[in-house]
Design a protein around this ligand. Structure first.
Ligand SMILES: Nc1ncnc2c1ncn2[C@@H]1O[C@H](COP(=O)(O)OP(=O)(O)O)[C@@H](O)[C@H]1O
Ligand SMILES: O=P(O)(O)OC[C@H]1O[C@](O)(COP(=O)(O)O)[C@@H](O)[C@@H]1O
Length: 306
């Protein structure tokens, strides 16, 4: 079974405003609410690809009920830890450019944290655990490293999609996949990732530190995969960007879903690009039909090591 962990889920409140004026009353031309948080997005896309998952994490209040109801409608298994506070609402404002306001989210108690930890200790050899998103300030900052350590001792593949030292701390436990975007990769090394060559150079440094596979996503510039001494680049398909929230999560889902079915890293990489772009070209997350329509446009090139 694939498990996703979202420590800080959300309702993503998508708001479109034509001719937005700061400091004025603005009216929306479109608005919608979706369940959010990186692990939850990964679960939703994996379901569309035909992979069942169980979504884990902390959930609470009426906002949390919305998330649970939405996931139930999509027939996604959940086993959330119920908390006292309300799940957060994140604002995704479209005004020609995309602006995001992500809330801090509710406090997580030590008991809640322990409950999640106990759940993850029960996972079995062959399971996959996907740890995605920011870590709430009330949760120990080394939570992903601690969970990854437990999982690698139990034969469970771990995927981590986060940033900063939380990502660095996990590398020693040899995560199967990490997926920093080019900004996050640059921040790790105090530099800017401007080109594919930069992504290869710094992606390989994360391999040296312990990651088994690294995807560096570069939004409209495509992505780089570093794996087993070789690096590959991939382009993005042509299309109109509608809402890129969840594009990175869709990449993770596309990669893991395909890898789980085929064991083929390059097929998984190709599918991950089509999945990310299918989401970027949709209001909500990309559908399987959209992903399959985009797939023929993705080319993979071997860059080094071949
Ligand atoms: N402007 C775009 N055009 C086409 N595809 C895009 C665009 N922006 C994002 N994507 C797709 O989504 C993936 C992830 O986007 P990115 O912004 O790098 O990740 P994150 O959402 O994690 O910041 C890209 O690799 C690509 O497949
Ligand atoms: O946990 P964070 O870093 O606050 O991010 C949460 C936000 O990220 C998302 O999961 C989208 O992530 P990506 O655009 O990086 O794929 C939203 O659904 C959510 O509002």
């Amino acid at each position: 079974m694939i498990y996703t962990v979202t420590l800080n889920p959300s309702i993503d409140y998508l708001v479109e405003v034509d001719s937005f004026q700061i400091g004025r009353v603005n009216r929306t031309s479109y608005d919608a609410k979706f369940p959010g948080g990186k692990g939850i997005n990964v679960s939703r896309v994996l379901k569309r690809l035909g992979n069942d998952t169980t979504a884990l994490g902390f959930i609470g209040g009426q906002t949390g009920d919305f998330v649970k109801r939405f996931l139930k409608q999509e027939e996604i298994y959940t086993d959330f830890t119920e908390i006292a506070g309300d799940t957060r609402i994140n604002i995704k404002l479209k005004t020609g450019v995309e602006t995001e306001i992500n809330s801090q989210g509710p406090t997580i108690s030590k008991g809640n944290y322990q409950q999640l930890f106990n759940q993850i200790e029960q996972l079995e050899n062959g399971d996959i655990l996907i740890l995605s998103g920011s870590i709430p300030s009330s949760v120990p900052a080394d939570v992903y490293a601690a969970l990854a350590e437990t999982c690698s001792a139990n034969g469970i593949k771990v995927v981590v999609d986060t940033s900063g030292k939380e990502l660095l701390n996990v590398l020693l436990h040899r995560p199967f996949l990490i997926k920093p975007n080019h900004h996050e990769l640059g921040e790790l090394f105090g530099t800017e990732i401007k080109t594919v060559a930069d992504a290869v150079e710094y992606g390989n440094k994360l391999i040296d530190k312990g990651a088994q596979n690294v995807i560096v996503s570069m939004a409209g510039e495509g992505a780089v995969l570093c794996s087993k001494g070789q690096c590959y680049s991939a382009n993005v398909p042509k299309g109109k960007v509608i809402n890129s929230v969840g594009a990175g999560d869709s990449m993770v889902a596309g990669f893991i879903g395909t890898y789980e079915k085929t064991g083929d890293l390059l097929a998984a990489f190709r599918f991950s690009l089509a999945s990310g772009s299918a989401t970027a070209f949709s209001s909500d997350l990309g559908t399987l039909d959209k992903i399959e329509e985009l797939l023929p446009q993705i080319d993979i090139n071997l860059l080094t090591g071949g």
